[in-house]
Every structure is written in structure tokens, then in C-alpha cells.
Design a binder for this molecule. Structure first.
Ligand code: 5RP
Length: 262
């Protein structure tokens, strides 16, 4: 089964598998969204079903909620959990300070709320997500549909005074119609190429009336688990200042490796 996985999927899988070390019985766990987070949910589901791990999961999207239920994880809302022990999620980019761009899958709002309500946020990623400076990946911002074109123009205007290398933005589409988030909003992707000051940009964007949230995660992430296609895994902990390397063996497991859609 694993022989069919691409190196990038193997990298995502080993990162997700290793990140399960952060989870213990009794914990309330934020479950991220996207393809790497889907591996995590599957790995945790296996631990629940086969090793008796007892956790409550707070999903960050309807898609993750469906997958979590499917693999046997008890799903609760953030309001039921109130506070979480750890959130484990993917990212579109991370830098040396573990600042992130997220939202490639359109779930940035719930992801940010859940990560912020956690003792710890752990990012799982393949090494291709690592950047020196954030911004090559278009920065997603969630905007309310009302007046979105006006919001778009105001956002682009506000970028004039920001230290970025592009100011163009595009409405994210789902076929011919706007992509709609779980909260019923739209996503604008900002093509900035280089973000010199993410903290400042995040504050400026969130001051715009039509902007609900942006995909910059500044000082939220505590550790990144980086997977490689050959099974190597690196864990960087920004608080402890440690970097640990290990290697995971692939174990063929039909339950885990079947039906992964993205
Ligand atoms: C969704 C996200 C994802 O975590 C991010 O897009 C990474 O996704 P993937 O693991 O599929 O590369 O932020 O909103």
C-alpha cells in the first residue's frame, strides 16, 4: 500500500504519525484541516480504535469533523471543550520563527480560533512548506460577502504602505462561483510574494471592516513536525529551542492508507 504513496504523501504521513506523540488520553485536541491534517486524524483514529486512546476532538472544518467521526474520534464543539490541550494542523508556509501562512484549504478562521484556544499548537508539514520569508504562497483572507469588491479594493489600497512585493488579490472560486467558507464567507487570496512584516500586516488587515480574519499565524505555533519522503522526521520546538531528528518505519496498514482523497 505505502509503495503507492508519493514521497510528499509519505512525508505528510510520517509528520502526522510523529505528531501523535503530543496526544495523550484525556486530552481535548484541536484537529486541523487539509491533506496533512487528514493523515493525523486517521492516525489518531487508529490509536482510538486499536490502542484505547481516549480523546475529544474539536475539528476546524466540516470536512475534518466528518473524517474524525468516520475514524472513531469523539467530536465536540469548541464551546463544549472551552480550552484545548493541543491543536495539530497543517500549514501552507512556515518560517524560522514558526510564523505561518494558513488557509489554503479555506478553513483559516476556525483554524485560528481553535489554535489560539490551545495550550500548544503543533504544525505538521513536509519540508516544502519551509520558507525564509513568508509570502510566496498567496495569503488568504476571509471576507464577508457583503461589499466584498469594496473590501478587496480597500485591502489592495492598504497594501501600498506595507512592505510587500505585490498587491494583487483574487477572489477564490469553486468552479464558476465564489468559494464559500464554513462560516458562509468568501476568501480573497493576496499575491504578495514577500511579506517583510507579518505582524504589522496582520494587524492592518484585521482592522478593515469587511475582513473577518487573515491567514497569518503569528506567535501561535509552538512546534513544527517536518516529514521527509524517506521517513525522516524533524521536530523543532520554538519554546525549548530544540531540534530532534528521528526516522519512522512505514508499516503497511490497509485501514490507514486506503481512501485518502487528498
Ligand atoms: C487549510 C489549511 C491547511 O492546513 C493548509 O492549506 C495545508 O494543507 P495541506 O496539508 O493539504 O498542504 O490551512 O485551511
Amino acid at each position: 500500500m505505502t509503495g503507492e504513496l508519493s514521497p510528499i504523501d509519505k512525508a505528510k504521513f510520517v509528520a502526522a504519525k510523529k505528531a501523535c506523540d503530543y496526544v495523550e488520553s484525556g486530552m481535548r485536541v484541536g484537529l486541523g484541516s487539509g491533506s496533512t491534517a487528514a493523515w493525523l486524524v486517521k492516525c489518531l483514529g487508529e490509536l482510538v480504535r486499536e490502542d484505547g486512546l481516549k480523546i475529544k476532538g474539536v475539528p476546524t472544518s466540516t470536512r475534518t469533523a466528518a473524517l474524525a467521526r468516520e475514524v472513531g474520534i469523539e467530536v465536540i464543539s469548541l464551546d463544549e471543550a472551552k480550552w484545548l490541550d493541543v491543536t495539530i494542523d497543517g500549514a501552507d508556509e512556515y518560517d524560522a520563527n514558526l510564523n505561518l501562512i494558513k488557509g489554503g484549504g479555506g478553513s483559516l478562521l476556525q483554524e485560528k480560533i481553535v489554535a489560539t484556544a490551545s495550550d500548544q499548537m503543533v504544525v505538521i508539514a513536509d519540508i516544502g512548506k519551509q520558507v525564509e520569508t513568508l509570502g510566496a504562497f498567496p495569503l488568504p483572507i476571509e471576507v464577508i460577502p457583503f461589499g466584498w469588491q469594496t473590501t478587496k479594493a480597500l485591502v489592495e489600497e492598504s497594501l501600498i504602505s506595507m512592505d510587500v512585493l505585490g498587491r494583487n488579490s483574487t477572489l477564490r472560486l469553486n468552479g464558476d462561483t465564489p468559494f464559500v467558507t464554513d462560516e458562509g464567507n468568501f476568501i480573497l487570496d493576496l499575491h504578495l510574494n514577500r511579506i517583510a512584516n507579518g505582524r504589522q500586516l496582520s494587524l492592518v488587515l484585521n482592522q478593515m471592516p469587511g475582513v473577518v480574519e487573515n491567514g497569518l499565524f503569528i506567535d501561535i505555533c509552538d512546534a513544527v513536525v517536518i516529514g521527509y519522503g524517506d521517513g525522516k522526521v524533524e521536530v523543532r520546538d520554538i519554546n525549548a529551542g530544540t531540534v530532534e531528528e528521528t526516522r519512522l518505519d512505514f508499516v503497511e496498514n490497509d485501514n490507514l492508507f486506503m481512501d485518502l482523497t487528498d
